[in-house]
Design a binder for this molecule. Structure first.
Ligand code: CDP
Ligand code: MG
Length: 751
């Protein structure tokens, strides 16, 4: 009989403890309002659970319903009219008025900052101006976006404006989806893509100009790019760099690149009436719906934009809006359009179309509509006051996407959306006092609040040995760097001195989170790489199962047939294998309540990862039905996320003791089989903490693969010796961390 116990006093725990006070202070703001909202959401989530919907099925179900709803919406404009108005639209944009001056400044300077109100034409026009001016003769014009949706949607818009096919002269590239060709001269991409390109091509030779768009968003990748590009422009005098921002932080950007000029695009904005809630709002969805209906029923013209924190709330808002309106006698029609990142792209495009004559449009959006995308014709903004942020959560030891109050800067951007075409009104669903006292002035940059493992790996492989020497605009807090380094050390990507190991070097090649790339690499040695490749690909898309209304039981039954009792990962593998046997057929998917579109996407991801494996000369072999090997491989990458059976169907995290639950959709749920130990892919926090994608593992494996966390309780010399060895490792690592800490402190003092 053996038991796996967590080691006490690890470096991670200590670092957390040290930083707790600072974190507490920082989070106080968010928690003030955050808890209340958490409750509201909790209630909603529970209701969903009762109906038996997992989060992902819910997503797909909703998307499908929207798809059906949209079918009825006719194209408002003919192809001809669209082309004509497009040219007129281009010339009406504020940036058009300063086109010549702007190009002049770009000619005379290598780096410039361009500041302009959202909707002034920065994203869609700058690339075209550079192209028209001949910059694309020497290389591509690249434009980075922090958001995938923006990259795709803007590329589509620009290809329309230039009247070319998307993917030819104008293309886009996002993770696992490259829509460019040899003809591409204007390339929109996520900032993460350009970051990865810099691995292969440190000087970015394919580009004649780079536009770093939406710099004010301060996304993690954009912040890292800042540091890298500062050096690239020093080495490549022929490269133009344009940094764009929606008004905020411009002088900071200018300073960072050495007092480079700032070009202001004069805006055309109209006054916006700001109306605050009189009392603190109980439920922002409810309040938003009420407010919207009230606006709609006044009969005054103008479209409405509602800001919600995320997809779930957007879907609920759309649903409730439709419901309540149906209850109103002879209510005029309202065209309700959602927009969020997981929405299929054909539906995303709908928000830009004119609504049919006489019908009001109401767009319900995440903060993607804050500055990334501009919808014309908005005269009313309804602002919930919340957004979703990825924040490192020390309780679960990883990043979590959670709802937080927005910052004052967000708030002001949101209200600004109402004054683009004429005077507007913004309804803020929070009190003026809350705005002043509870909202941060600006959002904390991502680099200061999330896990940096990927960034550390990338920078190390770019030869930035000392991360503390790297030129960050705002250096990440020391515990972020240290935790991320520790995590990479645990995975074996860094050695005791913080240097990249061979494994680490290989991990960088994959556009995946470190544990997933480790799993893929380890699988080759275990002889199951073909199988793990499939699992990793399946994990890279949202859930593939769907559960249509009215056929819940049928879909559950079929889903159960696929389930491999000891593992959700193996269940995914099983589904893919069955699909392959059935010649990747779409109708097979539909018959089995599986999303054909999602599966096609899995296949694309699979092809791309396979290509990288081949380049890396990693053998691709299948273990056939020896599935225990696969479970061990999963354990080798996810041992840090392990849970131990505590009571009936109840698990606790092996290291923190925090309770976590099997999700009702898990293959392990309610099968009468409850393994002593499991590892999980991620934790989803709704009403409870749910482990998602769970695999049963052998306790012995945890001790063997994660000796820094676990040891097997045994007696005698063996145990003492093992302990001592592990302690030696730990103190070496701690030594390195202390040094790192020391030098971060010093670099802070220098500033
Ligand atoms: O980047 P910035 O906010 O300065 O403006 P932009 O995104 O270039 O938008 C310029 C104009 O293009 C706006 O009037 C948008 O409504 C329009 N646009 C569009 O119709 N469809 C898109 N997919 C993107 C922009
Ligand atoms: Mg833009």
């Amino acid at each position: 009989d053996m038991a796996v116990v967590a080691r006490k006093g690890s470096a991670v725990v200590r670092v957390y403890r040290e930083q707790k006070e600072r974190r507490k202070a920082q989070k106080k703001h968010w928690e003030l309002a955050g808890t209340k909202i958490g409750n509201i959401l909790g209630v909603k989530k529970e209701e969903e659970e009762e109906r038996g919907f997992g989060e992902d099925e819910q997503n797909y179900k909703e998307s499908q319903r929207f798809a059906e709803h949209m079918k009825g919406v006719s194209e408002a404009t003919s192809e001809f009219a669209k082309k004509r108005t497009m040219k007129q639209q281009r010339q009406y944009l504020p940036v058009f008025a300063v086109r010549q001056d702007l190009l002049q400044v770009i000619r005379e300077n290598q780096v410039i900052i361009v500041v302009g109100e959202t909707g002034s034409g920065k994203t869609t026009q700058l690339t075209q101006y550079l192209h028209e001016e001949g910059y694309t003769k020497y290389g591509m014009v690249g434009c980075t976006q922090p958001r995938r949706v923006a990259a795709m949607s803007v590329a589509k818009r620009v290809s329309d404006e230039m009247n070319v096919e998307l993917g030819k002269e104008v293309g886009y590239s996002i993770r696992f989806e490259d829509c460019t060709s040899a003809d591409t001269v204007i390339k929109y991409m996520t900032d993460g893509i350009l970051l990865r390109e810099s691995l292969r091509e440190p000087d970015l030779d394919h580009y004649s100009a780079i536009i770093m768009d939406e710099a004010h968003e301060r996304s993690l990748n954009t912040d890292v790019l800042f540091g890298l590009l500062r050096d690239v422009v020093g080495r490549r005098q022929d490269l133009k760099l344009i940094v764009t921002s929606a008004t905020m932080d411009a002088s900071k950007f200018s300073n960072f690149f050495g007092e480079v000029p700032t070009f202001n695009i004069p805006g055309r904005t109209f006054p916006v009436d700001l109306l605050f809630a009189k009392n603190s709002v109980e439920d922002y969805v409810d309040a938003a719906v009420k407010q919207t209906i009230q606006i709609h029923l006044t009969g005054n013209p103008g479209d409405i934009l509602i800001f919600m924190p995320g997809q779930e709330d957007i879907e609920i808002t759309c649903e409730v809006l439709a419901e309540r309106l149906a209850e109103v006698d002879e209510a005029p029609e309202l065209l309700v359009l959602p927009i969020y990142s997981q929405l299929p792209s054909d539906l995303q495009a709908k928000i830009f179309q004119k609504s049919p004559e006489g019908i009001r449009k109401c767009v319900v959006a995440t903060n993607i509509a804050e500055t990334s995308l501009t919808v014309d014709g908005i005269m009313y903004v309804v602002d919930s006051g919340y957004c979703k942020l990825k924040v490192y959560n020390p309780r679960i030891g990883m990043d979590a996407l959670q709802i937080y109050p927005i910052s004052q800067a967000n708030s002001n951007q949101r209200s600004g959306r109402a004054g683009r075409t004429g005077p507007g009104t913004c309804y803020r669903l929070y009190t003026e006092r809350q705005y002043k006292n509870e909202l941060l002035t600006t959002t904390v940059p991502e680099i200061q609040r999330t896990n940096l493992a990927n960034v550390v790996l990338l920078l190390k492989s770019l030869g930035v040995d000392d991360l503390l020497q790297f030129h960050f605009m705002d250096p990440p807090p020391q515990d972020n760097i240290l935790n991320s380094m520790f995590q990479l050390w645990v995975l074996g990507a860094l050695d005791n001195t913080g240097q990249l190991t061979d494994l680490g070097r290989q991990m960088v090649e994959f556009p995946l989170d470190p544990p997933l790339s480790k799993m893929l690499i380890v699988s080759a040695g275990l002889g199951c790489s073909a199988d793990v490749l499939i699992i990793v690909s399946m994990l890279s898309v949202p859930s593939i199962f769907f559960r249509p209304k009215g056929r819940e039981e049928d879909s559950d039954n079929i889903r159960e047939k696929f389930q491999v009792p000891e593992s959700d990962h193996l269940t995914l593998l099983h589904v893919y294998n069955q699909w392959r046997v059935n010649k990747y057929s779409s109708s097979w998917c539909t018959d089995h309540f599986i999303h054909a579109k999602a599966m096609r996407r899995v296949r694309e991801v699979h092809a791309q990862l396979k290509e990288i494996m081949e380049q890396q000369k990693i053998p691709i072999v299948s273990c056939g039905t020896e599935w225990d090997i696969i479970r061990k491989c999963i354990c080798s990458a996810y041992f840090h996320q392990a849970a131990r059976l505590k009571g009936l169907g109840e698990y606790v995290n092996c290291r923190t003791g925090m309770p976590c639950h099997l999700h009702p959709t898990s293959a392990l749920f309610g099968m009468g089989y409850t393994p002593d130990y499991v590892v999980y892919h991620e934790l989803v926090m709704t009403a409870k903490e749910y482990m998602q994608n769970v695999t049963a593992v052998d306790g012995q494996w945890l001790a063997e693969l994660g000796p820094m966390f676990y040891s097997v309780k045994e007696s005698g010399a063996g145990r003492v010796q093992k302990r001592r060895q592990a302690q030696e490792h730990m103190s070496q690592m701690e030594e390195e961390m202390k040094l790192a800490q020391e030098s971060i402190r010093m670099s802070h003092e220098e500033q």
